[in-house]
Design a protein around this ligand. Structure first.
Ligand code: C5P
Length: 471
């Protein structure tokens, strides 16, 4: 991978911009269909801001990837142009059959794999068709940003949103961004729209008193400090740091001292790179006043996800499109989300006695202790707490109200590089027991009938064993 693939992706972004340009005259009605997460919201905010600028009437709809019958219904709606963001690649067959067949126009900006047959009324931007990896090299918001930039350089102040989406999709790694994301980040820094620094990566660093940042910290969950107000107070007092200032107001020395004190307090956890990276590392700060809300890009991504989680993606979109009246509500939703997450991760960290080693992966079955909608993120946060060794994938399993078990699987970039494909594994093993699943090599999910859990775990173990043997 390298320059040629990035060039190809940029050329495809140019093709999407060329396709859009004559359709942005205001006489075509646009429907944006996007994913309900930080990446989908960021991508929608970028495209929505372009459409506002050109005075194009549009509607934004948030959803999971649409099923065939939902796309058939969508095609009935009175729109001329359908823009699918962070989805669409897996639904191309239905899009052809129902939307393109009606002579309507379609744009797909996505980073999920899919088979993308050509059509004169369709353009798409997808890293997989350019030899790039959609799980790490660029997200939907990065694609949307490159299209916007090609439409007009005045949209460059939106570059922070491209990185917010990438960060939300966990495309920022120990060594930074890769490929297209790296290009976008470098450009944002060169243009001084985003500032890159080093520091504590705790949520709230730009908006919340440090006491709250520590007390509610789930990324990472700091054993012995998170959820323990008196431990937080003692720690700050010992270091002579005021509880009420934000981390971004710290003297740089205090920030380093606080990190060192945390590392020494958590003992051997400090040696786990997932924990180290979650606590301390690169910090990206938005400097453009065109993007309102928190300055810290990680915090921004977490807020968008929090809103999405409470089915308030519209609040997040309003903030990301520049409406200041929604910042307070978005922050409140972040608070609620943190309360939920700290409960779930706190439970997992406390119940590590339930963690089992299946041979080729580890898993923890949580019964109904964790909500199915929270298990994926909770497992990601458990990994970042540094309490689980990550030399093999980690799965969280929970019961659902529909007599199913939801499984969320997470790996690491290193495991993915070694060829561990969790999405492939969950897809194959769930299908074998009458379930359904899929996703990326590092993060995936599945649902299976509740009585098939053990069979599923065995099938998955066999899948990983076969892959290890190169079969
Ligand atoms: O639900 P969870 O956060 O664990 O999902 C992990 C990833 O797997 C998400 O990116 C989701 O979009 C993807 N996924 C998928 N197909 C499924 C289930 C999940 O692509 N059937």
């Amino acid at each position: 991978m390298g320059r040629a693939e990035i060039k190809l992706f940029q050329r495809d972004a140019e093709s999407v911009a060329e396709f859009l340009r004559p359709r942005l005259t205001g006489d075509k009605k646009v429907k944006i269909i996007t994913h309900t997460d930080a990446d989908g919201i960021s991508a929608a905010a970028i495209i929505a801001r372009c459409l506002y600028f050109y005075d194009v009437p549009f509607n934004v709809h948030f959803s999971r990837p649409k099923k065939t019958e939902e796309i058939a219904k969508l095609a009935e709606e009175d729109y001329d142009l359908f823009i699918f963001l962070d989805q669409g690649s897996g639904q191309v067959e239905a899009i052809h059959k129902f939307i393109l067949a009606k002579n309507k126009d379609v744009v797909i900006i996505d980073h999920h794999p899919g088979n993308l047959p050509k059509h004169p009324n369709l353009v798409y931007l997808n890293p997989h068709t350019c030899g790039l990896n959609g799980a790490k090299d660029v997200s939907a918001s990065g694609g949307a940003y490159l299209v916007a930039e090609r439409l007009d350089l005045r949209f460059r102040h939106l570059v922070g949103l491209a990185l917010i989406g990438a960060i939300g999709d966990r495309q920022e790694f120990f060594s930074g961004f890769t490929e297209v994301n790296d290009l976008i980040a470098k450009r944002a820094i060169d243009l001084e729209i985003v500032r890159q620094g080093e520091g504590l990566r705790l949520i709230g660093r730009s908006m919340t008193p440090v006491f709250e940042s520590l007390h509610k910290s789930t990324r990472p969950f700091i054993v012995g400090i998170s959820r323990d107000p008196s431990a937080c107070r003692i720690l700050l007092k010992e270091l002579g740091i005021s509880q009420t200032i934000t981390i971004s107001e710290f003297h740089p020395e205090d920030e380093k001292n606080l990190a060192d004190a945390i590392f020494s307090r958590v003992g051997s956890i400090a040696e786990r790179e997932e924990f180290r990276h979650a606590l301390w590392g690169t910090v990206y700060t938005n400097t453009s006043d065109q993007i309102i809300g928190p300055r810290d890009l990680r915090e921004y991504a977490t807020i968008l996800d929090a809103c999405a989680n409470f089915k308030k993606a519209d609040v997040a979109l309003a903030m990301a499109t520049g409406d200041e009246t929604f910042v307070k509500e978005a922050m409140e939703l972040l608070n609620l989300r943190q309360d939920e997450m700290i409960k779930s991760v706190g439970w997992l960290v406390k119940r590590l006695d339930l963690l089992k080693d299946a041979g080729n992966f580890r898993y923890i079955y949580c019964g109904d202790e964790i909500d199915p909608s929270l298990i994926g993120e909770s497992i990601s946060l458990l990994i970042e707490s540094g309490t689980v060794e990550m030399d093999k994938p980690l799965l969280g399993l929970v019961d659902t109200p529909t007599e199913e078990v939801k499984i969320s699987g997470r790996g690491t970039p290193r495991l993915a590089m070694e060829g561990v494909d969790i999405g492939g594994g969950l897809n194959a093993a769930s299908a074998e027991v009458g379930g359904f699943g899929g996703g990326h090599d590092v993060a995936a999910a599945a649902r299976i009938p509740a009585d098939k859990m053990n069979e599923f775990l065995n099938k998955l173990n066999e899948f990983f064993a076969r892959k290890k043997d190169g079969l």
